[in-house]
Design a protein around this ligand. Structure first.
Ligand code: MD6
Ligand code: FE
Length: 204
């Protein structure tokens, strides 16, 4: 069942069943062997993120001392990013048309939250805002915070569980959002514990 959290923000609870989550996690871990998780840095200060990241697709989002950008190669290995798993391409084909959008995703940003990791309130604004961003959560439960398109505005929080899908588009495409915390140990899906979030986007 599809829930509309706010104009342009859609939520599907457990869109991926447990078996589908296991299959998707396996596909992700196979690709990660080719593109290992690394810790991005805050532009300017160089402070390391608490979240570890990698990417799939033709372009990957990276952050380091010099800024945020999309690039075709992994910053540590120098190799092209591996392909986006098929089940995620299928998810995009199913959902993107609800936002009057057809072209396939160019990037899947992969975020790994081990115990204690979080993500500050941000806007996804380094890519074309015409396409939606579609996200899948795997593993531990997370508290997702959603605001409006101004940082100082009111926010609300939403629990995201393994298999849940969130789409941001249209009037919500530039809404502020972040992960306040994860409930470490709440899911058995990911070996070693934690949460993986996969976000599909168009960049250009
Ligand atoms: C996360 N998600 O769930 C972080 N961005 O770990 C995001 O930053 C995000 O879920 C854009 C659209 C949907 C998202
Ligand atoms: Fe985001």
């Amino acid at each position: 069942m599809r829930l509309e959290i706010a104009p342009g923000i859609l939520l599907w609870r457990e869109k991926f069943t447990r078996i589908e989550q296991e299959k998707l996690l396996h596909a992700v871990m196979v690709q990660v062997q080719d593109a290992p998780f690394y810790r991005p840095q805050m532009p300017g200060t160089g402070k390391a993120f608490s979240v570890e990241e990698t990417n799939f697709g033709e372009l990957g989002w990276v952050a380091d001392k010099s800024g945020y950008r999309y690039q075709p190669i992994h910053p540590i290995t120098g190799k092209a990013w591996p392909a986006i798993p098929g089940s995620l391409l299928k998810l995009w084909e199913e959902i993107a048309p609800s936002y009057q959008f057809e072209d396939p995703p160019q990037c899947c940003l992969v975020n790994l939250y081990r115990a204690g990791a979080r993500m500050g309130l941000h806007q996804d604004k380094d890519e074309t805002a015409a396409a939606p961003v579609i996200s899948v959560s795997l593993g531990d439960e997370a508290v997702f915070r959603i605001g409006g398109s101004e940082r100082r505005g009111a926010t609300k929080s939403l629990k995201l569980q393994s298999g849940d899908v969130v789409a941001f588009g249209g009037p919500a495409r530039l809404a502020y959002h972040g992960i306040d915390r994860i409930a470490a140990g709440s899911s058995t899906l990911i070996p070693g514990g934690g949460r993986i979030n996969l976000t599909l986007r168009r960049v250009t």
